[in-house]
Design a protein around this ligand. Structure first.
Ligand code: F0G
Length: 448
């Protein structure tokens, strides 16, 4: 097993702080049960002196690692020797300036950008994380893997698993995931287990299954997944001509992305590659708003890594006592016990972050606007624009600040929500199909 000296794993609990080499597959600290980080000995890594130097790799896209939108930035996630690195062409995503959507949220032209992660091979941002986590899986010689999912993780895991020759089992909540995603998991050959329960139930089960059977876990508890997801931020900076946005807006579910983005900016600052850190807004759906409630109403904070565990324990005990199960049309973020909560609090601390929740109606209207003027996205992704609309009304984001919204998943992931919105005229921007007789004159009269 080849292990690089440049990287190690470290428990985020300050009272523990245990360190492990990267040759071990763990999804929690074996000493105290807290989350683990991938950490680097930067003095052992030849990190370029300027971010723009990564851009030179566009000239050598015939090399598979330079083609990958993840591994193009490999010095910034240097935990794995090149021979184990896995890529299927992830990260070829675009940052679209969108003035029409900007107008919807009352922003000035030229200031709003949409980062289309739906353009990844499996249609969501997950592929960034999977190329990194599967590289680690190959490095430690894993043969079988598993994940719990609201849909996109399972699709991405299934795709990478068969590309790497790993056996794969995915756990989804019965009736809780969008059809596009379920079809991918089955078509890519994963064993798909539908648990009678929600995502949080699946998440609990998969950890026990992985521990008992020694399967490699690919949820965002896996620290190496988050390393891959850091590159979404590098690509936004790259596409802004190596300049920083003022705001990053991201949907919040299991809180892997927000955690990864905060870590990315913290490291870039530490390395002297950026001078300031953009602010981050994390957007929940109101039917799954644990983070919003904990941060905005219960004053939960990172507090220099001394998070008040009792606030979280009490909150979850109350959810259990009420038999609470989250509900939102944005099924991707229908999560009430986000596993990366503490890392997300750290990201909020690093990025002077804020948290908001938006209703399903706001999400669906924002989704229709993104579809009408952009490349389309799934409901969870549209929470970003719905959230930005709140932040503009509140005056927290200025009309001429530069904002990048991460559109996490492709429009076709969840056809039902889209079809119902338009066909059943559920919102202001519904665009229903028009019934016409099979008659030329009648048809011509209908064309607008
Ligand atoms: N957007 C989409 C499209 C997602 O699929 C997810 C999460 C999120 C946002 C939330 O991201 O967890 O990093 O806060 N989907 C996971 C899954 C949970 O199983 O596919 P997060």
């Amino acid at each position: 097993m080849a292990i690089t000296e440049a990287a190690y794993q470290k428990c985020i609990n300050p009272d523990c702080g245990a360190e492990f080499d990267c040759g071990q597959a763990m999804f929690k600290c074996p000493n105290c049960g807290e989350l683990l980080d991938a950490r680097y000995n930067w003095d052992k890594i030849a990190v370029p002196g300027k971010l723009s130097e990564f851009g030179k790799r566009w000239a050598s896209r015939d090399k598979r690692l330079d083609l990958s939108g993840v591994w193009r930035f490999r010095e910034l996630l240097n935990f794995c020797p090149d021979e184990h690195k896995v890529t299927i062409g992830e990260g070829q995503t675009i940052l679209q300036q969108n003035d029409a959507v900007a107008e919807y949220v009352d922003m000035k032209p030229g200031r709003l950008f949409l980062q289309y992660e739906g353009l990844n091979p499996s249609g969501s941002f997950k592929d960034n994380g999977m190329s990194a986590a599967f590289s680690h899986a190959m490095m430690v010689g894993a043969k079988s893997c598993a994940c719990a999912s609201t849909g996109n993780t399972s699709a991405s895991v299934a795709l990478y698993a068969h590309s790497c020759g790993l056996k794969c089992t995915v756990f989804v909540g019965s009736g809780r995931i969008a059809f596009g995603k379920l079809s991918q998991a089955m078509d890519y050959g994963a064993q798909t287990i539908q648990i009678r329960g929600d995502f949080d139930d699946c998440m609990r089960q998969v950890q026990d299954v992985c521990t008992k059977l020694g399967l490699y876990l690919l949820n965002s508890l896996n620290p190496f997944r988050l390393e891959g997801q850091k590159t979404i931020m590098y690509r936004i900076i790259e596409q802004l001509g190596w300049e920083l946005p003022d705001w990053i807006i991201v949907p919040g579910g299991n809180l892997g992305n927000s955690s990864a983005f905060g870590k990315a900016f913290g490291e870039l600052k530490e390395l002297g590659l950026i001078k300031r850190i953009p602010r981050m807004a994390i957007i929940n759906a109101t039917g799954a708003d644990t983070l919003t409630d904990l941060v905005n109403n219960k004053n939960l904070v990172w507090n220099d890594s001394k998070v008040e565990q009792k606030i979280i324990d009490d909150y979850y005990a109350d959810l259990t006592a009420r038999n609470f199960s989250p509900h939102t049309c944005a099924s991707a973020i229908e999560i009430s016990r986000p596993v990366n909560l503490k890392k997300c609090l750290r990201a909020i601390d690093i990025c002077d972050g804020i948290v908001r929740a938006v209703s399903d109606e706001e999400i669906c209207d924002a989704k229709a606007i993104i579809g009408k003027w952009g490349l389309g996205c799934e409901p969870a992704s549209a929470a970003t624009i719905a959230g930005l609309k709140h932040l503009r009304t509140e005056g927290i984001v200025g009309a001429d600040e530069r904002v990048a919204c991460v559109l996490t998943g492709h429009l076709l992931k969840d056809p039902n929500v889209t079809v119902n919105y338009h066909k059943d005229k559920l919102g202001e921007f519904s665009n229903p199909p028009i019934e016409a007789p099979n008659d030329l004159d009648a048809i011509i009269k209908l064309i607008r």
